[in-house]
Design a protein around this ligand. Structure first.
Ligand code: GDP
Ligand code: MG
Length: 162
């Protein structure tokens, strides 16, 4: 089964998207040694695509904080283990410096990445989608994980990668 990792800074909507992809199927909570945050893994589905999806705790600047460093390592491991990565940003908040440094890391390490501009319901996310294009990881897919909008386009972006 192909593996898909959901990554991005905290609060961009990774867990909301995870829940939407996994639906009522149950998720396994894996205890990563050395982390206090659990990594969730489940059977994901998007239209005709089926995959294993991994939620991550959120990538932070390490800056010496032990927990943040462990969370960062967890995310980096999830990216390395994945066949494809969904990199989420919050289109309402716009691209932040943390998004930029994460994008830089992904450009160097991830094999296949789809940038997802989440929280795009309504018009508040339009500028954020344009900014996300500037991250250099391809054309961003506008999505609203909470409202279930943009899933067909996400399927089309993902299909060639997994
Ligand atoms: P995570 O930290 O990346 O896992 O983010 P969460 O999935 O926990 O979501 C963080 C917050 O953003 C929560 O309050 C969600 O309800 C909210 N959220 C998630 N997706 C959307 C969306 O598509 N639109 C809006 N407006 N809010 C969202
Ligand atoms: Mg989460």
């Amino acid at each position: 089964m192909r593996k898909l990792a959901l990554v991005g800074r905290p609060n961009v909507g990774k867990s909301t998207l995870f829940n939407r992809l996994v639906g009522r199927r149950s998720a396994i909570v894996a205890d990563d040694p050395g982390t206090t945050r659990d990594r969730r893994e489940g059977a994901g589905r998007l239209a005709d695509l089926e995959f294993t999806v991994v939620d991550t705790a959120g990538w932070e600047e390490a800056k010496g904080a032990a927990l943040e460093a462990r969370m960062r390592r967890q995310t980096e491991q999830a990216v390395k283990d994945a066949d494809a990565v969904l990199f989420l940003i919050d289109a309402r908040a716009g691209v932040t410096p943390l998004d930029k440094s994460f994008a830089q890391w992904l450009r160097a390490h991830a094999r296949k990445t789809v940038t997802v501009a989440n929280k795009c319901e309504g018009r508040d996310g339009v500028a954020g989608v344009a900014e996300a294009f500037g991250l250099g990881l391809g054309e961003p897919v506008p999505l609203s994980a909470e409202h279930g909008l943009g899933l067909a386009d996400l399927r089309d972006a993902l299909a060639p990668l997994i």
